[in-house]
Design a protein. Structure first.
Length: 146
C-alpha cells in the first residue's frame, strides 16, 4: 500500500538525513492524513495516487512560475520535491496510449459528439488517474469526438 510505503520512506529518509526527501514526504503524508480525517475514509491506493498526482501538478506549475521569476534556487527545490512525488506515480502514458484509452472510453460511454465531452472526461480521468495529465486527456477527447 502506498500510504504505508510513504510512512516507511519518511523513516528511511530521516535516517539518511535527506532533508529534501523528508520535507516532501512529510508534506505528502500530512495531506493524505488530512484527507482521511476530513472525508472520514481510509487512505487507499487510488486516493493516494490522486493526491500525489495533484501535488505533482502543483509542483510543475510552481516550477514554471519560479522560472518566469528567474528564481533558480526555488526551481531546484521544487524540482527535487517533484522527483520525490513522481517516484510514487506509475509510469506516465504516451500520447498514443492516452488516445487509445480515450477511444475505448468513447465507445464504452457511447459518446457521439463534443456534447458528450463531460461523460468522456469523467470516465477517462478516473481510468487514467495518475498516469495521464488532464490536458492530454482533453486534447485526445477533443480530437476524437466529432
Amino acid at each position: 500500500m502506498i500510504y504505508e510505503r510513504i510512512q516507511n520512506d519518511i523513516k528511511e529518509a530521516m535516517r539518511s538525513r535527506d532533508r529534501t526527501r523528508v520535507s516532501a514526504l512529510r508534506y505528502l503524508h500530512s495531506e493524505l492524513k488530512n484527507i482521511a480525517i476530513n472525508q472520514r475514509v481510509e487512505i487507499s491506493d487510488p486516493i493516494a495516487l490522486t493526491e500525489i498526482a495533484r501535488l505533482a501538478k502543483q509542483r510543475r506549475d510552481m516550477i514554471e512560475e519560479f522560472r518566469r521569476a528567474s528564481r533558480a534556487d526555488l526551481v531546484a527545490k521544487e524540482a527535487a520535491e517533484l522527483a520525490v512525488l513522481e517516484s510514487y506515480l506509475p509510469k506516465p502514458l504516451s500520447e498514443a496510449e492516452v488516445r487509445s484509452a480515450v477511444r475505448e472510453v468513447i465507445q464504452e460511454v457511447g459518446a457521439t459528439s463534443k456534447r458528450d465531452m463531460g461523460k468522456v472526461m469523467k470516465a477517462a480521468l478516473s481510468r487514467l488517474a495518475g498516469r495521464a495529465d488532464g490536458k492530454a486527456v482533453q486534447a485526445a477527447a477533443s480530437a476524437l469526438l466529432p
